[in-house]
Each structure stands twice: as structure tokens, then as C-alpha cells.
Design a protein around this ligand. Structure first.
Ligand code: 5AD
Ligand code: SF4
Length: 548
């Protein structure tokens, strides 16, 4: 492999944040351009001086994309693919026939990164075995791990040809073109304004009933344990108009559910136009503070949610992942009132101990969090709640842990995501705190949290037995071809037999429900993760809301 080449035109970029440590990497003209001028970089038609337009084209080479980590990564995969497709690449789902393999990676915990290192070892074999006649196989690391480790990846795994951080996907055609001459290529520049607003992600499966729409990127919260602000950069929101346009298109394609996505989805703030930038102060949830200077103005999440939910009354709207600090009354009221906004809120608590929450720099106490839970339950009767928790954070005592157990019992979440603390370099906890809870204690505490969460979720879910739930059908159940699988308003999986049922729109007609149909299901049994029942009738979202 030849040494890395440096593009002189952007030498100035060496003085900026992420570039300071990557001077050996191939510098990005595109990233620098968008950072300086706030504009999108030109696509394949406008090559940099050292490449021809033809070199930028994919020339039918086949790309295999593999996604790890969160929903943002799933969406980013489709953004990356949309950019490559426009450049003349083809997509393959067969690893063996790929000319380019791109891994969209996650850095949130050590284990997530370990999975990628292991995968790279497997891919190395594929690369060395490849017949010369097929041309070289190119391997790229995209996303958070590229951003966090930068050249360490290129040094450690010489078979990696390309690195692209979360804000550099527009640059993929150029980076791939550079790898053609056997050089490694990288762009890990973070942007203040990249939202890929004009890149419509290609929806992966044509028969899908739901889609994700990215509305904001990055995070300004700097929770002390979290790597995300370092890998995904500053918070920025996509202009409302482009989001509405994408949702409209999805509705026209017949999709029945949209999940608005962002690292802090409810901190949304579109200040792309001057008239949005009034001095209206931000209403935070009661008892919550921010780690940054309070922002003002812009079109906020309540406005966006209102507009999105008006596009298609038969389209369910969800959002993830929010921060508990940004649930002002106007958001809660809207969720409570609007039939097609799901009554489901993810409310990441992280810990039940105020002392640990302070060390985590979450900006709230246990009491403020519990008060918010009560306020949400009053504003949105029947709301389903989910949460994230971390077991064994720095300095967590047995008493702190028991406080988390008691919060799980007190709130009774429907869905939970529970993790053992994994120390991440660069974070405040790494620099200032001690990762002093032994691994086996972390794992024991995690097990205890999982057990308590399951017990409580089973109890809440059992309270649905005998009730009728509106289910959006996704397809056949994976476990049995004679059952259908879908989700209720609270996003819980519901399984029911695939038999003929009445159709509310055409009385007398008996139909088999199809993916994308709404079915009223009578719930007959429940576990911690699934509900089971039988279908009563095919209906519409509007009809079922009118009957409530
Ligand atoms: N260790 C363990 N879990 C973490 N999370 C974020 N950072 C870490 C870490 N260093 C969890 C939080 C967050 C979720 C997405 O991942 O619970 O809400
Ligand atoms: Fe990480 Fe906290 Fe930002 Fe979530 S809010 S991405 S946990 S820093």
C-alpha cells in the first residue's frame, strides 16, 4: 500500500479540531468547503483537480453495506447508499460479490467496537483470497468508530482502505476514487451544519410499512460517560421544510409509520432562516437544567411534530431518542391530543440515584425525573414509557444501585435498554472519575436490573390482557407462518393468528390483514416483551380513534 497523500489546497484545515490529529490522513476538500462556507460540497459531477470525473464514478462496482449500532446508523447507511447510488455504484446483499465493503460502525461501548475489530479480521481473509482478475476489494469504516479512532484504524488494520466520519458521507465517491490508486483515504471532519437535508435516504425494503426520518444530528449535552458528542459533533437540526417534504413522499409511497430520529430529537431547533431566530426563551421540563448556555428561538420540536402529524392522519408518528429535559407542556399536550402521534415516550433515566445522576451530568435529580413521569402520565393517559439505564457507573455504590432498582419498580417501564458502564476515552468521566466498579459487580447489577425490569414490564403488559389494541401489521411472525406480527401504539410487539376478519370499511366483507393494515386485536396474554391476541377487524387509525 502506498503512503497517504496530502491535498495541499486544504492545509489550513490542519489547525481545526479533528484534523489536528490526522495530519497524515488524506485531507478532505469537501469537508473543509462545507465548514468554511456552510454549503454542501459538489457531488460526483464536480471532481477535485487531482481526479477526473470518470474516476469519481462507481462504474457499476458493487457495494455491500453492513450496519452496527443505533437507528441513526441505520438511517446513515441509507444516506451513504443514496450518495453512492447517484455516483454509479450498485448495491449488493451478497458479501461474496462485493467490490466495496463498508461497515457503518458504533463506538458507544467497548463491546460494540470489539465486534467491528473481529469482523475486520474475517474480512481480511476475504480480501487476501480475492482473485486478481476481479480487481481489488476495498474496505471502509464509516461512522462513529472512524471518527473516534481516526488513523489508529488505518495503522492497526492495514487492509482498511477508507475512513469516513458521520459528517463525511458526501465525500464517499471521492474517497473511494482515491483508494483506487492503492492509497488509504479518510475524511473525519465534523461539521457544524451538515444534516444531509437534501439527501433522501433510499428506503431499504420495498415492502416496509415504516421508515425513519432523521431530523437532527449531534449532541451538546456532554453527559460525562458518553462518547457521542465527540463522534457525532455539535447539535444541528434539519430545516422543517425538507423534513415535511420527506414525510410527504413517504406517505405517498404508502408508508404507515414514521419515526423522527435524532440524538436529542426533542431538542430540535430549526434556525435555518432569519425570521425563526426570535428571542423566545426555551421551556425546559420542570427541574431540569442544561450543561450548555440556554439557547433561544428557532422552530422547535412541538412545531415540527404538529406539522408532521398533519400530513397524513393514517400515518403513525413516533420519535427517538429524546432527552427528558426537553418535554415542555406544548409537546406533551400535542402527543396527548393528536390521534396519530403514538402515546409512547422514551425517557432515558440512566440512574435512579441523584448522586450518580450528578456525576453523570444529566442535569436532573431523581425527584425531578419522577415528577416529570407523573406529569407525563397526567398529560397523556395510558402512555407507554421506556428508558435507558447504565449499571456500575463510576463511584456507584450498592445504595445507588438499589435506588435504580427502586426507580424501575416505581415507574414500571414497558420497554427498557440496560447496559453495563463502559469507560470511553475523551469523555469527562474518563478524565475526571474513576471506573471503580469491578466488572463482575457491574454485570451482577446489570442482571439485577434486567430481572426487575422484566418483572415490572410483565406486570404492566398483563394489564393489557382483555383490552383491545390498535396494531399496525408488519408481516408474518418470524416464529410462525400462521401468525401475523405488528406493533401497538406503545411500540410493543403483538402476535395474532393470520385469519380472515371483518373489514370496518366494507361491512360484510371478510379479509386477511396485510402489512400496512391497522387491525384491532383483543389481547389474551402478555410477557415482558410481547403481547398475544386475536384480530377482531381491519380498521383505520381514524375509525379506531373515533370509537375510543
Ligand atoms: N457505557 C454504557 N452505556 C452507555 N450509554 C452511553 N454511553 C455509555 C457508556 N459509556 C448508553 C446510555 C444511552 C444509550 C444510548 O447508551 O444509556 O442512553
Ligand atoms: Fe450521550 Fe447524553 Fe448526548 Fe445522549 S444526551 S447522546 S447520553 S451525551
Amino acid at each position: 500500500m502506498q503512503p497517504l497523500r496530502c491535498v495541499l489546497r486544504v492545509q489550513r484545515a490542519l489547525h481545526w479540531g479533528p484534523w489536528a490529529s490526522v495530519s497524515r490522513l488524506l485531507l478532505s476538500t469537501c469537508g473543509a468547503h462545507s465548514r468554511l462556507h456552510g454549503t454542501a460540497c459538489p457531488e460526483a459531477e464536480d471532481p477535485p483537480p487531482y481526479l477526473t470525473a470518470d474516476e469519481l464514478r462507481g462504474r457499476q462496482r458493487k457495494v455491500y453495506l453492513e450496519t452496527y449500532g443505533c437507528q441513526m446508523n441505520v438511517n446513515d447507511t441509507e444516506i451513504a447508499w443514496s450518495i453512492l447510488q447517484k455516483s454509479g455504484y450498485l448495491r449488493t446483499s451478497d458479501l461474496q460479490e462485493a467490490d466495496v465493503i463498508l461497515l457503518v460502525t458504533c463506538s458507544i461501548r467497548e463491546k460494540a467496537e470489539q465486534t467491528i475489530w473481529n469482523r475486520l479480521r474475517q474480512l481480511k481473509a476475504l480480501k487476501t483470497k480475492r482473485l486478481r482478475s476481479r480487481g481489488p476489494l476495498r474496505i471502509g469504516i464509516l461512522g462513529c468508530m472512524a471518527e473516534r479512532l481516526k488513523e489508529e484504524i488505518l495503522n492497526r488494520e492495514k487492509m482498511v482502505d477508507l475512513l469516513a466520519g458521520p459528517d463525511a458521507y458526501r465525500d464517499l465517491p471521492r474517497l473511494l476514487a482515491v483508494t483506487e490508486s492503492g492509497q488509504q483515504a479518510a475524511n473525519v471532519l465534523l461539521s457544524l451544519d451538515e444534516t444531509y437535508a437534501d439527501v433522501m435516504p433510499v428506503q431499504a425494503s420495498p415492502g416496509a410499512t415504516s421508515a425513519f426520518v432523521s431530523i437532527m444530528r449531534g449532541c451538546d449535552n456532554m453527559c460525562s460517560y458518553c462518547i457521542v458528542p465527540f463522534t457525532r459533533g455539535r447539535e444541528r437540526s434539519r430545516p422543517v421544510a425538507s423534513i415535511l417534504e420527506e414525510v410527504r413522499q413517504l406517505s405517498e409511497q404508502g408508508l404507515k409509520e414514521v419515526t423522527l430520529l435524532g440524538q436529542n430529537v426533542n431538542s430540535f431547533r430549526d434556525n435555518s432562516e432569519i425570521q425563526f431566530n426570535n428571542a423566545v426563551p426555551t421551556n425546559l421540563s420542570r427541574g431540569f437544567t442544561t450543561n450548555y448556555k440556554t439557547k433561544q428561538g428557532g422552530l422547535r420540536f412541538a412545531h415540527l411534530l404538529d406539522q408532521v402529524s398533519r400530513i397524513d392522519p393514517e400515518m403513525r408518528i413516533r420519535f427517538t431518542s429524546p432527552h427528558p429535559k426537553d418535554f415542555p407542556d406544548e409537546v406533551l399536550q400535542l402527543i396527548g391530543e393528536r390521534d396519530n402521534i403514538c402515546k409512547q415516550i422514551h425517557l432515558p433515566a440512566q440512574s435512579g440515584s441523584s448522586r450518580v445522576l450528578e456525576a453523570m451530568r444529566r442535569g436532573y435529580s431523581r425527584e425531578a425525573y419522577v415528577e416529570l413521569v407523573h406529569h407525563i402520565r397526567e398529560s397523556i393517559p395510558g402512555v407507554s414509557l421506556s428508558s435507558d439505564f447504565i449499571a456500575g457507573f463510576c463511584g456507584e455504590t450498592e445504595e445507588d444501585h438499589l435506588q435504580t432498582v427502586s426507580l424501575l419498580r416505581e415507574v414500571r417501564y414497558n420497554i427498557g435498554f440496560l447496559f453495563a458502564y463502559s469507560m470511553r476515552q475523551k469523555t469527562r468521566a474518563y478524565h475526571r472519575l474513576k471506573d471503580d466498579v469491578p466488572e463482575e459487580v457491574k454485570l451482577r447489577r446489570l442482571e439485577e436490573l434486567i430481572t426487575v425490569f422484566r418483572e415490572e414490564a410483565t406486570k404492566v403488559n398483563r394489564s393489557s390482557v382483555g383490552r383491545t389494541e390498535l396494531v399496525l401489521v408488519e408481516g408474518l411472525s418470524k416464529r410462525s407462518a400462521s401468525d401475523l406480527c405488528g406493533r401497538n401504539d406503545g411500540n410493543l410487539k403483538v402476535i395474532f393468528p393470520d385469519v380472515e376478519m371483518e373489514d370496518v370499511a366494507s361491512p360484510g366483507l371478510r379479509v386477511r390483514a396485510q402489512p400496512g393494515d391497522y387491525v384491532l386485536v383483543k389481547i389474551t396474554s402478555a410477557s415482558s416483551q410481547t403481547l398475544k391476541g386475536h384480530g377482531l377487524c381491519r380498521t383505520t387509525l381514524k375509525d379506531s380513534a373515533a370509537q375510543r
